[in-house]
Structures are given as structure tokens and as C-alpha cells.
Design a protein around this ligand. Structure first.
Ligand SMILES: Nc1nc2c(c(=O)[nH]1)N[C@H]1C(S)=C(S)[C@@H](COP(=O)(O)O)O[C@H]1N2
Ligand SMILES: [Mo]
Length: 298
């Protein structure tokens, strides 16, 4: 039998997590869905968005460019069985199952802010594992400087990829120190349920201090490389989207300001809130970019 949240969580945290607990109680009735993660000091105590909001306002262009398209179409994607091909500069290349990479007993809860480059934001209670734990499992070779990620390309199941909106498959990358940072996770669930397809099932990257497009969904391939890998948005529009894509209120997008953001669900009178440097994670990550000109390396 698993410990209850109240057994392992201080009451102050516990109160902030009331939404999560409610979802967990519902999931307990259905043991197959009773994924639980350990609470984490990396979590924000900001109020999380509702499951309704998180699963109905999405960017997942493989299913269309409208915010409601993923909720409408992603259900037709088969996510089980699924394997992730890990290769390049690693000691143990191979095809890994999602359960191998993110076993139930390793799952953690991370309540993170998500800031889209389009200037809206949410707070999402992810469940997942540090990407570092996966990279350590496969063994990083000394020459590895970057990590490349690739999304599944399933034309029969993804109506969006029939159109050349992006250079499919969707690809992203991180520098190795960014990939190994404890804030960087691979998520397999949210609100105690397995990840909904529209949020990138069965396994997706979450890098909370970067614009949302870096957090690539439905990953089928991870490759350790010595050169900076291709990133889809950067390769499409390099003047607008950089490799780093760190949230930065002082560097505007060429077509709009990045100084403020609209919190989804805040309502008409919620107003806009100030965007924080590194999306509020500066204390943890600013040192990664010491000496870099962030207006050039955007
Ligand atoms: N494969 C893939 N990953 C993707 C995207 C996409 O279109 N395709 N959109 C990105 C963008 S722009 C954002 S803001 C986040 C949104 O994640 P969410 O829908 O789970 O909130 O996913 C990112 N990951
Ligand atoms: Mo985004």
C-alpha cells in the first residue's frame, strides 16, 4: 500500500496541493490511473491551472494550429506500446520503454509555470522524472555536448503533418548542462493521471525556464551529439526563435513584447502579469548563462 500524501507532505505544502489531492483521490478509485509523484522543492506554490484548462488550450501543431485542435484530434494517437530510441554519444544505446525511463517508483510531482513564446502562461502540475536520471541510465559519453529530441511522425494519426506548416518531425535540443539541470524533466503524467495525448503523451520534455516550444511532446528519439542539433522553430524562423529560447522579459519577440503575459484562466479581469526573467527560475539557472549575451543568444 502506498503512503497517503498527508503522511509524507508538510501541511503547508499539502494545502497548496488540494487540487492534486482531489485528483489523486479520484484516481485511487481506478488503480490503473493512480500515478503518484513525490512532492518537490522545485515546485511553485502558485495556484495550478485546472485540468480542464491544461487539456483544452494546447499547442501541438501535429494535430492542427488551433488551440482546441489537439483536444479534438490527439485522442486518435496510439501511445501504447511506445518506445524511445536513445543513441548517439551514449554508453548503452537502444530502444527504451516509457516504464524503463520513468518507472512508477521514481516519479516526482513538479508544479511548474509554463510560459509560451506567444505571451500566455499556465501553471501545470507535472509528474515525471529528471531528464538527468534518464541520461545517467544510458550513460553519457564525454564528447556529448548537446541532446537532440524528436517527436513521433504519424501521418495516419496526426492530421496536421499532412501540411508543411513546420519541417516535420518536430525537433528540439538542449545543451548538456541544461539537460542535466535538476529542473529539466521528462513528464509522463499530470494531476496524478497519465499524460493526456494533447499534452504530449506518453512522454514529453519540460524545461520550465524556457519558452514552451522547447518542451517537445511525444518523444520517440533522443540523441546525444557533439554539435548543436536542429531545432524546428529556430530553423524555420531564426530571426524570431533562437536555440536558447530562455524566457526573458527584456528581449522582445520581433512582433510583440515579452514583458508581460496572460495567465490562462485568470478571466477577463485577471489582467496581465509581469513576465519574470527565466520564467521565475533565475536563482536556479542564471549561472548556466554567465558571460553570454542573452540579447544575441536569444
Ligand atoms: N511536438 C510538439 N511539441 C510541442 C509543440 C508542438 O507543436 N509539437 N508545441 C510547443 C509549444 S509552442 C508549447 S507552448 C507547449 C505547450 O504544451 P501544453 O499544450 O502541454 O501546454 O508544447 C510545445 N511542444
Ligand atoms: Mo508555445
Amino acid at each position: 500500500m502506498k503512503l497517503a500524501w498527508s503522511d509524507v507532505t508538510p501541511r503547508s505544502l499539502w494545502l497548496n496541493r488540494r487540487n492534486f489531492i482531489a485528483a489523486g483521490a479520484a484516481a485511487a478509485a481506478s488503480p490503473a490511473l493512480a500515478l503518484q509523484g513525490k512532492p518537490s522543492p522545485y515546485s511553485t506554490d502558485a495556484d495550478a491551472n485546472t485540468l480542464e484548462e491544461i487539456t483544452n488550450y494546447n499547442n501541438f501543431y501535429e494535430f492542427g494550429t488551433g488551440k482546441e485542435d489537439p483536444a479534438r484530434h490527439a485522442g486518435q494517437m496510439t501511445v501504447d506500446p511506445w518506445s524511445v530510441e536513445i543513441g548517439g554519444l551514449v554508453e548503452r544505446p537502444g530502444n527504451y520503454g516509457v516504464e524503463d525511463l520513468a518507472p512508477d517508483n521514481a516519479l516526482e510531482e513538479r508544479i511548474y509555470r509554463l510560459r509560451c513564446v506567444e505571451a500566455w502562461s499556465m501553471v501545470i502540475p507535472w509528474i515525471g522524472v529528471p531528464l538527468a536520471s534518464v541520461l545517467n541510465k544510458v550513460g553519457v559519453q564525454p564528447g556529448a555536448k548537446y541532446v537532440a529530441f524528436q517527436t513521433a511522425l504519424l501521418p495516419d494519426q496526426m492530421p496536421g503533418v499532412r501540411y508543411p506548416i513546420l519541417d516535420w518531425p518536430y525537433r528540439e535540443g538542449l545543451r548538456i548542462d541544461e539537460a542535466m539541470h535538476p529542473l529539466t524533466i521528462l513528464a509522463t503524467g499530470l494531476y496524478s493521471d497519465p499524460l493526456p495525448n494533447q499534452n504530449g503523451a506518453p512522454i514529453r520534455l519540460v524545461v520550465p525556464w524556457k519558452y514552451g516550444f522547447k518542451s517537445i511532446k511525444s518523444i520517440v528519439k533522443i540523441t546525444l551529439t557533439s554539435e548543436q542539433p536542429v531545432a524546428t522553430w529556430k530553423s524555420m524562423q531564426p530571426g524570431e526563435y533562437g536555440f536558447y529560447a530562455n524566457v526573458n522579459p527584456e528581449v522582445d519577440h520581433p512582433r510583440w513584447s515579452q514583458a508581460t503575459e496572460r495567465r490562462i484562466g485568470a478571466g477577463l479581469f485577471g489582467g496581465r502579469q509581469e513576465t519574470l526573467m527565466f520564467n521565475g527560475y533565475a536563482d536556479q539557472v542564471a549561472s548556466l548563462y554567465q558571460g553570454m549575451d542573452l540579447t544575441k543568444n536569444y
